[in-house]
Design a binder for this molecule. Structure first.
Ligand code: XMP
Length: 520
């Protein structure tokens, strides 16, 4: 379904790990684009989408293998510029009359240098300032013969056809990945490509906000909308945007399950009810959740219990809204992109994530998802545009099941209390040292083990805790944050001195994979 009136660029996905980065680079250039798997790009889809340009992504397959993906022929007949990247380049050459060969010693993985040929093209304006450009290659096969109409504009030692183009048809093909960080000047290439295709850069947050408001009004009419507010960035931005569109037709439901951080419930309620004047139901369900979680220590049972109760509570309180027809959710673009799977096998469930999944069917509600086209940093930019405080927009993500999954083993009121206090000290330390914005997420987990310590002249027998801090782009992979020993030592001392109940502090240095960010 096409939902924007902006100029559109279509990225056809052949399954590369870095396809999303192409979209990021284009969005940075204020170009609206969508990623669609190659199997979905039918003639009808193309007519509907009406792209102003097409990019063919990389991918893991070999064009020489039977049944490997192909570009829908219609793409080459649209009369719009096409850029093929890596697999996209090879499949384009193969289909347009060139030839691809297996690697045999010419595979290239990693840094390479491309040099220009004598002839110059606009695509490369601003490139080759130093006579050659660093690029990132990752290919086994290579193009052995370019297709009729194409000429060579850049070569590397192992890729004689690193950059080729058919200027008449405005078809471009590059062997390397201009979207990755290791092709430092790659943005220039995308910029030249989209300007040549006629994109004016009309995808701005201001324009997005106006269009989103218009669409929400169209979709909702006079009906009532409810929104589960978690206090996280996504649901907060969605709520403020929808409130701007339809005012008090929106009611937010904030469920306090007793697993929130220190002062969190007050902060969220004050901000939305008092500052934004939004109708807000503050459902204090601490006793219910903590009662049902008593004695539960298995992580999946915890998650499922919280998910089930959340739906019940949300349903109970939203009945007070009376006749809501829509449920608002802060779904983001990365949640919507369909991943390309060649095997078609089901993926393993590592953790049962819970948000308000299952509600729309159960309650017969339709969804309003005004952030479906945005990446996380775009949601933050929209929040900024909507006037949400910077401190709120930059908050670290917080999981739906809250502190329950940071408390391995049985959850007790005592442990939660200790955990909240330790977490507050840790976050305060991070802020004091000016590190908060460098870190994707930081928190304390309280361990289900007591250890012996000595404080003053006395013996202590208290809980141990683990500090976690990671850097990440999207939460899918993560690296532990390299705090200085000085910072860690100071933080441990503060936690042990200020939080009664903890006498030992450890730092979790596991990356994801093999670990996960949360402890459960
Ligand atoms: P993991 O632990 O899977 O976490 O590496 C990745 C990111 O997802 C967050 N997370 C959740 N978010 N509901 C959420 O809304 C959940 O059930 C949930 N579980 C984990 C986690 O905090 C991290 O940012």
């Amino acid at each position: 379904m096409i939902t924007t009136s902006h100029d559109r660029l279509l990225i056809i996905d052949f399954g590369s790990q870095v396809t999303q980065l192409i979209a990021r680079r284009l969005r940075e250039l204020n170009v609206y684009c969508e990623i669609h798997p190659f199997q979905k790009v039918t003639d009808g889809f193309l007519a509907d989408f009406a792209p102003k340009a097409v990019i063919l992504s990389g991918g893991p397959a070999s064009v020489l293998d039977a049944g490997s993906p192909r570009v829908p022929e219609r793409v080459f007949e649209l009369g719009v510029p096409v850029l093929g990247i890596c697999y996209g380049q090879q499949v384009m050459m193969q289909q347009l009359g060139g030839r691809v060969e297996r690697g045999h010693g010419t595979a290239e993985f990693g840094r390479a240098y491309v040099s220009p040929t004598e002839a110059r093209i606009d695509l490369l304006n601003g490139w080759f300032l130093e006579g050659r450009e660093q690029v990132w290659m990752s290919h086994g096969d290579h193009v052995a013969e370019i297709a009729p109409g194409f000429a060579v504009y850049g070569t590397s030692p192992n890729a004689p056809f690193a950059i080729t183009a058919d200027l008449e048809r405005r078809f471009y093909a590059v062997q390397f990945h201009p979207e990755v960080h290791h092709t430092p000047n790659g943005r220039t290439l995308y910029e030249n490509f989209v300007r040549d295709a006629g994109f004016t850069g009309d995808w701005t947050m201001g324009a997005y906000r106006e269009e989103a408001i218009r669409k929400i009004r169209e979709q909702v009419g006079n009906a009532k909308v409810i929104c589960g507010l978690s206090g996280g960035v996504d649901s907060s931005v969605a709520a403020v945007l929808i409130h701007e569109a339809i005012g008090d037709q929106l009611t937010c439901v904030f469920v306090d399950h007793g697993l929130l951080r220190q002062d969190e419930a007050e902060e969220v309620v004050t901000m939305f009810r008092d500052h934004y004047n939004m109708p807000l139901i503050h459902a204090d369900e601490r006793a219910l959740f903590l009662g049902e979680l008593e004695g539960v220590s298995d992580p999946e049972t915890k998650r499922k219990t919280i998910g089930r109760l959340f739906i019940d509570v949300f349903q109970k309180h939203s009945e007070a809204v009376g006749g809501a027809k829509f449920l608002a959710q802060g779904t983001l673009y990365p949640d919507v992109i369909e991943s390309v799977s060649f095997s078609g096998g089901p993926s393993v469930t590592i953790k049962s994530h819970h948000n308000v999944g299952g509600l729309p069917e159960k309650m017969g509600l339709k969804l309003v998802e005004p952030l479906r086209e945005l990446f996380k940093d775009e949601v933050r930019a929209l929040g900024h545009e909507l006037g949400l405080p910077a401190s709120f927009i930059g908050r670290h993500p917080f999981p739906g099941p809250g502190l329950a999954i940071r408390c391995p083993g049985e959850i007790t009121a005592e442990k939660l209390d200790i955990l909240r206090k330790a977490d507050a000290v840790y976050i305060d330390q991070i802020r004091r040292h000016g590190l908060y914005d460098e870190i994707w997420q930081a928190f304390v987990a309280i361990l289900p083990v007591r250890t012996v310590g000595v404080m003053g002249d006395g013996r202590t027998y208290d809980f141990a805790c683990a500090l976690r801090a990671v850097t990440s782009v999207d939460g899918m992979t993560a690296d532990y944050y390299p705090f200085s020993h000085e910072f860690l030592g100071e933080t441990a001392t503060r936690i042990i001195n200020e939080v009664k109940g903890i006498n030992r502090v450890t730092y979790d240095i596991t990356s994801k994979p093999p670990g996960t960010i949360e402890w459960e």
